[in-house]
Ligand binder design. Sequence first.
Ligand code: IDP
Ligand code: MG
Length: 139
Amino acid sequence: MERSLVLIKPDAMQRGLAGTITSRLENLGLKLVAMKMLHPDKALAQRHYAIHKDKPFYNSLVNYISSAPIIACVFEGEQAVEAIRKAIGATDPAQAEKGTIRGDFGLDIEKNSVHGSDSTATAEEEIKLFFSQDEMFSY
Ligand code: IDP
Ligand code: MG
């Protein structure tokens, strides 16, 4: 059983896509085990994207993610990390296949609607940034 952190990013929230995106991921057969709406501050955005701190797009990315409320969720299931990455599609919506979340809804390479963890190890680290143990559910 794997877990993955999903963020519904500001561009998707602002266009009323939270339900659509959550629904697509639930329809993969994955279980929603944590969910919250929050407005990330810069410090949280910087920690979440720390791996990109030397990239030219880092400051813009941090400003973007902390610009509006987002929804953070944890999905659990077999091969959850890979299943979600596939459903999300390529980083650049222009390259993402139709039928993927980014291919259908992403605006540009930064405002690409959704985040999904890229490995089980990353997922565990990312989940800890957004959720405490008592915010995670088993049912
Ligand atoms: P991923 O979200 O598909 O794993 P990463 O390369 O880890 O993509 O980048 C993290 C996030 O940074 C992307 O989802 C996107 O929002 C943003 N990003 C990635 N590459 C660029 C870029 O070249 N310009 C602007 N923003 C970018
Ligand atoms: Mg990534």
